[in-house]
Design a protein around this ligand. Structure first.
Ligand code: NDP
Length: 434
């Protein structure tokens, strides 16, 4: 704690994980004898660098770039790049730390990393975004590679940014190397990667509900965010017969008792790069309302899907969900609920699927993208989607079994952390003190 005293988000993520894996250490004294925990919380490498670029007015801008290569015991570093003005070292470390266990849960051979910059692509022209991405890659390229570190997208990094980043990487190394996932379909990308995190979230939720003789059909859902994860979670939930009542961005939320039309949200966010309040300008949205600055969790629902950002769901909001009889919370975002909010979910016996398990579909499909690229074969949409579903169903049973085995039945915070940790710890043990 002292070493990382100003890194609030990292300490929050680490505290949650370390507390919940304590029971493992009673059964495995060898982990303590080999300082697995002390080594696990220390990143293998952190790269921080200057990213200078020229804006459309000819003015020089300077941002800060990061890559946290946290743990490579299980496989090469893997994790997204985030471009958002809130990005700092603490946020990078928390995301990379969570990624270690998430990647382990996918059962693919991938280690944990995260990177990004405090650059915000919102409101920037395509030319500015391209020049920024090129400058970012001018430094990052020497630290990544298909056997060392394979970044992907995250907040603020979608198909456009991955394209620019890849173009510069290819130029610098003079090779068409599979070094970034989330690539365009024309240059090595995989079908379903765009949809994977949101779809995967619904697949794991569906499995958890099935085990309780429940279904998604007929449920009212609130999805926070309106980005990549939120859109495809909402889309899949609607195909399962649920009604999505509300979605948001950082300015406010839209609400419609008749259900949100996800195609309009897609058009606003993916094509126009607009704001969620623009929803009301579209035809047949008369029954919708926009609440500027409102807290989306005040909307009564059966299922809450936080898909925006870290710490967006506070203890207070969790209490409102509990009061409104929300029974299920599944996280599409990384650490969207504060630790206090999670305590409220567990105390109220709500089904709670933490992000590290519930949003693992994105990185799992990235690993499927890597497999397709190295074998030079492209699977169909249906093939990738079926594999994604199998992975999410397996993750559910894996975390459920781990929770039961350690005496915490139904507690998926403990289940996900223990199931993810064991593989990493055993790999570290096998590889000696490195
Ligand atoms: P996007 O950038 O596509 O979308 C993020 C959305 O969240 C935007 O609608 C944004 O609105 C909104 N948002 C951001 N901050 C806030 C806030 N404080 N309050 C309300 N809304 C907010 O990102 P993604 O959808 O890719 O990522 C969302 C989350 O999912 C992140 O936590 C990410 O780490 C996680 N994740 C993403 C994966 C992926 O495959 N993309 C994989 C696994 C996890 P605005 O436009 O106003 O900023």
């Amino acid at each position: 704690k002292e070493k990382n005293s100003s890194q609030e988000e990292f300490l929050q993520a680490a505290t949650e994980i370390l507390e919940s894996i304590a029971p493992v250490f009673e059964k495995h004294p060898e982990f303590q004898e080999n300082a697995i925990l002390e080594r696990l919380v220390e990143p293998e490498r952190i790269i921080m660098f200057r990213v200078p670029w020229v804006d459309d007015n000819g003015k020089i801008q300077v941002n800060r770039g990061f890559r946290v290569q946290f743990n490579s015991a299980v496989g090469p570093y893997k994790g997204g790049l985030r471009f958002h003005d809130s990005v700092n070292l603490s946020i990078m470390k928390f995301l990379a730390f969570e990624q270690i266990l998430k990647n382990s849960l996918t059962e693919m051979s991938i280690g944990g990393a995260k990177g990004g910059s405090d650059f915000n692509p919102k409101g920037r022209s395509d030319g500015e975004v391209m020049r920024f991405c090129q400058s970012f890659m001018d430094e990052l390229y020497r630290h990544i590679g298909p056997n060392t570190d394979i970044p992907a997208g995250d907040m603020g990094v979608g198909g456009r940014e991955v394209g620019f980043l890849f173009g510069q990487y290819k130029k610098l190394v003079d090779g068409h190397v599979a070094v970034l996932t989330g690539a365009g379909l024309e240059f090595g990308g995989s079908l379903v990667r765009k949809e994977a995190t949101g779809y995967g979230l619904i697949y794991i939720l569906d499995e958890a509900l099935k085990m309780r003789n429940e279904t998604i059909k007929g449920k009212n859902i609130v999805v926070s965010g309106s980005g990549n994860v939120a859109i495809y979670a909402a889309e899949k939930a609607e195909t399962y017969g649920a009604k999505v009542l509300a979605m948001c961005d950082s300015s406010g939320y839209i609400y419609d008792n008749n259900g949100i039309n996800v195609d309009i949200v897609k058009e606003i966010k993916e094509v126009k790069r607009g704001r969620i309040k623009d929803y009301l300008k579209y035809p047949n949205t008369e029954s919708a309302q926009y609440v500027e600055g409102g807290i989306i969790w005040n909307v009564k629902c059966d299922i809450a899907l936080p898909c925006a950002t870290q710490n967006e769901l506070s203890e207070e909001s969790a209490k409102i969900l509990a009061k409104n009889n929300t029974k299920y919370v599944a996280e599409g975002a990384n650490m969207p609920s504060t630790n206090e909010a999670v305590d409220v979910f567990l105390k109220n016996n709500m089904l709670y699927l933490p992000g590290k398990a519930a949003n693992a579909g994105g990185v799992a499909t990235s690993a499927l993208e890597m497999a397709q690229r190295s074998s030079r074969i492209q699977w169909t949409f249906e093939e990738v989607d079926a594999k994604l579903k199998t992975i999410m169903v397996n993750i559910y049973h894996n975390i459920d079994n781990a929770a039961k085995k350690y005496g915490f039945e139904g507690n998926y915070v403990v289940g996900a952390n223990i199931a993810g940790f064991l593989k990493v710890a055993n790999a570290m043990l096998a590889q000696g003190v490195v």
